[in-house]
Design a protein around this ligand. Structure first.
Ligand code: AMP
Ligand code: MG
Length: 326
């Protein structure tokens, strides 16, 4: 697979997917890397192209909630309620898996995450395939996700068949993953839909502890075990109240900073990215990390956000991009 085609037409992209190919496409969260979730060979190529650990399950994307039988064997009551409230959109519900989905998609789990994206191009593409489409984030495993098609090519050019070139992603962080297989929904990964929003629909919804309980997290959502969202630069988190001084670095001219508030001393920073709102910060965070790599910077100072609404998901990604060992 020497070069990756840039395509603008959903029907061309859908034909490649139907033939067992790999196509990156825009969604409202981040760019996804699609493959036919019923095709064993296509899924194998997808894991290989990303360098993704085989125990990290893929989310299956559908064009409409009514297509749930293409991926799941049961639509639980809680999933029904949450999907009615938040689909199409940045919500993944984990449900009992249908045998139609090949087992490598879910890393051998008997559950499957399904999502109906909101982005019109994603919906058009999936509908045109008439297939369940497995789509993890379209980046090399471990790297920051991609919010533009150009960023997808930086990681995956020559490793995938095509990228459907669309607009930059509006949310910029991945979907919320919610386990809907037991009595009450459990938020496994923070994302575009906050716990507060989930609780407005189902009051008993709760979140999995975010840090330290590694064993529990590993069991519930295998993907959370692996390193994620990391640029080459070392990410150093700067607490909301601790902006008076940036931590000392050997070569500040090779450092970058991003945040809502300006750094205390910007004279030595090579690259500064400020955001007017937490939504803009979430939308731009992965692109900031990727830009530090393009500029070959060694350190990225990242102002932590408080964990409310989309800030909860952004803070989770900030912490993961700074964690060298999990
Ligand atoms: P990505 O596609 O790169 O955004 O990662 C998908 C995320 O969804 C990972 O954190 C997975 O662990 C999680 N996920 C997908 N399917 C399941 C499932 N069946 N059970 C639990 N977590 C899942
Ligand atoms: Mg990912």
């Amino acid at each position: 697979m020497p070069t990756t085609q840039i395509v603008y037409d959903c029907s061309v992209a859908a034909a490649i997917l139907r033939d067992g190919g790999l196509v990156a496409f825009p969604t409202e969260t981040v760019y996804g890397l699609g493959a036919d979730a019923t095709n064993q060979a296509a899924i194998q190529r997808l894991f290989l192209a990303k360098g993704r650990p085989s125990d990290n399950p893929l989310i299956v994307h559908l064009a409409a909630v009514r297509d749930w039988r293409m991926a799941a064997s049961e639509l639980t009551e809680s999933a029904k309620q949450l999907l009615a409230a938040f689909s199409p959109g940045p919500l993944t519900t984990v449900l009992p898996k249908s045998p139609k989905i090949v087992s490598s998609v879910t890393g051998g789990l008997n559950t499957v995450g399904i999502r109906i994206p909101f982005a019109p191009l994603a919906l058009e593409l999936i509908a045109a395939t008439n297939l369940p489409i497995a789509a993890p984030s379209a980046n090399l495993s471990g790297r920051p996700s991609c919010t533009t098609w150009q960023a997808v090519l930086e990681d995956l050019d020559g490793r995938i068949d095509a990228v459907l070139a669309g607009p930059p992603c509006g949310i910029g962080l991945e979907s919320s993953v919610v386990d809907c297989t037991s009595q009450h929904p459990i938020l496994l990964r923070a994302g575009g839909i906050s716990l507060t929003q989930l609780q407005q629909v189902i009051a008993e919804a709760r979140a999995l502890p975010t840090t330290s309980d590694a064993a529990g997290i590993g069991l519930a959502s295998p993907g959370l075990r692996h390193p994620h969202y990391q640029p080459t630069a070392r990410v150093i988190l700067v607490g909301e109240d601790a902006l008076a001084e940036l931590p000392q670095q050997p070569s500040p001219a090779e450092s970058a900073y991003c945040g809502l508030t300006p750094p205390p001393d910007d004279s030595t920073l090579a690259y500064i990215q400020l955001y007017p709102s937490v939504e803009d910060y979430a939308r731009g965070y992965y692109e900031f990390l990727r830009e530090t790599d393009r500029r070959h910077l060694r350190t990225a100072f990242v102002e932590l956000v408080s964990p409310t609404e989309i800030g909860g998901a952004l803070r989770d990604r900030q912490q993961r991009s700074a964690a060298r060992e999990l």
